[in-house]
Structures are given as structure tokens and as C-alpha cells.
Design a protein around this ligand. Structure first.
Ligand code: NAD
Ligand code: IPM
Ligand code: MN
Length: 353
């Protein structure tokens, strides 16, 4: 298993350290894990002047899987856009063709009270958000801020071609086949042409999956339904920007954004694995971050890239055990549980493994 890992910025190095300890358990047991560290984001900008340096490109391309913690922070928000950490992240996603972003929002029963919704609304929640990751308004041209008619104009382009929609639709239908055979496609076809095409193509693809029940929902309604009755959803497929927003919203149903892992896959299950959250500058350097989204991302890596279901399940079971034992970082803390630091949470997961 050739794994390139990118600690990144903010809480990134703190949570990555815990993920590496988890990998070390498997390594000591004899799994053939080869690790290479590389720079991405602000850390890369500081060292090399660019957010996705050539050395990282080489390491990431040569690896079977990439583990990423998080990038970004106020320090770099003033730089010209091509030098910003987020461009590094978009760059590596595009470079490795990681078009399929799986974001599972699963409520661990022990965290039912950590959610901001009533426990009965979220109990048993298990949603898979399939987010297209290399297209949409994130990458569309033209883009920029220009001077037109004496005024500044900001411009981005929301664009999808049918091939991009088709390939993510196949990923979503296949995911639905393995789960409850229900797929909800989320768009804004009442206003945006690009998402009219999205809906048309998803319907075309659905003909190949007669066993999957397809429904459609407008994104504003979906945002509302996610907090009204989230358990109506199983697999949700949507574009890059809607998926970004809806997955952060869904994370709170599970107690915290610190619980949501993700897999970003290409056509051959090569993948990058990262928590859905960012670099959390407000708590960085204090050993306060929840490392579970990062650790659960390692589980997804075992499952999707290495087809090692046993290792994936073992990591997830270890996380369940530490939650059942009452251990909580600040983001999921509630009265009657034991508040622990990021590294103590790592200790507990390693012990449970
Ligand atoms: P954020 O996800 O970093 O933080 C939002 C809130 O959630 C903060 O209060 C933070 O403390 C909390 N939080 C996030 N992760 C946590 C964890 N593991 N444990 C406990 N609390 C956690 O979002 P933001 O503040 O909007 O963005 C901060 C920076 O991160 C920005 O530069 C942004 O561009 C970047 N970002 C990067 C990624 C990524 O690398 N994949 C994702 C999102 C945001
Ligand atoms: C995420 C992040 C990124 C995104 C940013 C940091 C580029 O919010 O991974 O969800 O919008 O995709
Ligand atoms: Mn996001």
C-alpha cells in the first residue's frame, strides 16, 4: 500500500498524527504500508511558493492512495488566487481525476444528543452524499474579477458536460444498488440550465438501473428536508457546489463536522481520503480537534482503494468503542461524558484497535 500523506495546515498536522498512529498499528501487524509525506496548501506555499508543488504531484501520482488532513487559513487568504491553499486542493483533485466524492453522514448512536436536532429525528441516520468533484462552478471558465464599464464585475461559470454528469451518476446508482436502492438527485433545474442537463442525463442513466428508485429534489428544498426529516434520504447525488454545502449541513446531523470522512475517487478506485471539514484555524495548535473524521477517512481508504473491508470495519468498530466508552473531544462533548484532547482520542482509538 503506497500512501502519500499531506498534513496541510491548521489542525491538519494534529489530526494526521493520529491517523498515522492508526496506520502504524496495521503496519506493525504486517500490512505492507509504505508512507511518503508531501506538502500541500499553505505549508507548501510557505516552503516552495506554490500550493501543489511538483514534488507533491510526483508523490501523489505514484501513490495508490493519498491521505489529506486539511488546508487553508487566514494567513494565506490575502495571496493571489493561484497561490492560495485551496487552489492546491482543487489542483490535486483535478490532477488525479478524483471526480467522485463520497461523503457518508452516519450517526453513531452514542452521539444522538450531540446533534443539534432532536435525537428521534436523527437516530439511525445513514446518508451517502455523492458529490461531483472536478467540475461545476468550481472549475468553469470564464472566471475572475474584471473592470467593465467603469464597474468591477465578478464572474464564475457553472458548467457541466454530459459525460461529467453521466460518470458521477453511474457512481451514485452503483452506490444505491449496494444500499437501500434509493437515489435522490439534487439540482436547481427550475432556474439553472446546467442543472436541467444534470437532471436529463441522470434520468437517461437511470434506465440502466431499473432496480434503483430515482427521485429528484431542488437544492433549496433539500437543504430544508435535511433538517426536517433527514432519514428520508439514502444516497444523494449532486454537483460540486451543492454537494459542498449540503455535506457540511448533513455533518451536523451526526453531531459534528469533526465526524465526517470522505473519499474522492477516480475511475480505478485510486483515491484521496480527507475529512470534510477544514483546517479549523480557531482551534489549531491546541490539541483540541476531533481526529475521528480523519481516522474514519483511513477506514474509507482501506475499503475503497485497498478493498480491505476487514481493516475498514476494524477502524470503524474502534471508533464506536471509544464513543461508547464516553470519550469526547470538545465538538461532541456533552454532560456526563469525558472530555479528551485530540491526541488522547488517538490514544483511545489505537488502544481499541
Ligand atoms: P472549518 O471546517 O475549518 O471550521 C468550521 C468550524 O468547525 C470551526 O469552528 C472549527 O473549529 C470546527 N471544526 C472543524 N473541524 C473540526 C474538528 N476536526 N474538530 C473540532 N472542530 C472542528 O471551516 P472554515 O472555518 O470555514 O474554514 C477554515 C479554513 O479551512 C479555510 O481556509 C477553508 O478554505 C479551509 N477548508 C479546507 C478544507 C479542506 O482542506 N478539505 C475544507 C473546508 C475548509
Ligand atoms: C471541502 C472544502 C473545499 C471545497 C475548499 C477548501 C476548496 O470546502 O473539501 O469541502 O469547497 O471543496
Ligand atoms: Mn466544504
Amino acid at each position: 500500500m503506497k500512501i502519500c500523506y499531506l498534513p496541510g495546515d491548521g489542525i491538519g498536522p494534529e489530526i494526521m498524527a493520529q491517523a498515522l498512529r492508526v496506520l502504524d498499528v496495521f503496519k506493525k501487524e504486517g500490512l505492507n504500508i509504505e508512507l511518503e509525506e508531501a506538502l500541500l496548501g499553505g505549508a507548501a506555499v510557505d516552503a516552495t511558493g506554490v500550493p501543489y508543488p511538483e514534488a507533491t504531484q510526483k508523490a501523489a501520482r505514484a501513490a495508490d492512495a493519498v491521505l489529506l488532513a486539511a488546508v487553508g487559513g487566514p494567513k494565506w487568504d490575502v495571496l493571489p488566487r493561484p497561490q492560495r491553499p485551496e487552489r492546491g486542493l482543487l489542483g490535486i483533485r483535478k490532477d488525479l481525476n478524483l471526480f467522485a466524492n463520497l461523503r457518508p453522514a452516519v450517526l453513531y448512536p452514542e452521539l444522538a444528543n450531540a446533534s443539534s436536532l432532536k435525537p428521534e429525528i436523527v437516530a439511525g441516520l445513514d446518508i451517502m452524499i455523492v458529490r461531483e468533484l472536478t467540475g461545476d462552478i468550481y472549475f468553469g471558465e470564464p472566471r475572475g474579477i474584471s473592470e467593465e464599464g467603469g464597474k468591477r464585475v465578478g464572474r464564475n461559470t457553472m458548467i457541466y458536460n454530459e459525460d461529467e454528469i453521466r460518470r458521477i451518476a453511474h457512481v451514485a446508482f452503483k452506490a444505491a444498488q449496494k444500499r437501500s436502492k434509493k437515489l435522490c438527485s439534487v439540482d436547481k433545474m427550475n432556474v439553472l440550465e446546467t442543472t436541467q442537463l444534470w437532471r436529463d442525463v441522470v434520468i437517461e442513466v437511470s434506465k440502466e438501473y431499473p432496480d434503483v428508485e430515482l427521485s429528484h429534489m431542488l437544492v433549496d428544498n433539500c437543504a430544508m428536508q435535511l433538517v426536517r426529516a433527514p432519514k428520508q434520504f439514502d444516497v444523494v447525488v449532486t454537483g460540486n457546489m451543492f454537494g459542498d454545502i449540503l455535506s457540511d449541513e448533513a455533518s451536523m446531523l451526526t453531531g459534528s463536522i469533526g465526524m465526517l470522512p470522505s473519499a474522492s475517487l477516480d475511475e480505478n478506485n485510486k483515491g484521496m481520503y480527507e475529512p470534510c471539514h477544514g483546517s479549523a484555524p480557531d482551534i489549531a495548535g491546541k490539541n483540541l480537534a476531533n481526529p475521528l473524521a480523519m481516522i474514519l477517512s483511513v477506514a474509507m481508504m482501506m475499503r475503497y482503494t485497498f478493498a480491505n473491508e476487514a481493516a475498514a470495519t476494524r477502524i470503524e468498530t474502534a471508533v464506536k468503542k471509544v464513543l461508547a466508552a464516553g470519550l469526547r473531544t470538545g465538538d461532541i462533548y456533552e454532560e456526563g461524558t469525558q472530555r479528551v484532547s485530540c491526541s488522547e482520542m488517538g490514544d483511545a482509538v489505537v488502544a481499541a484497535l
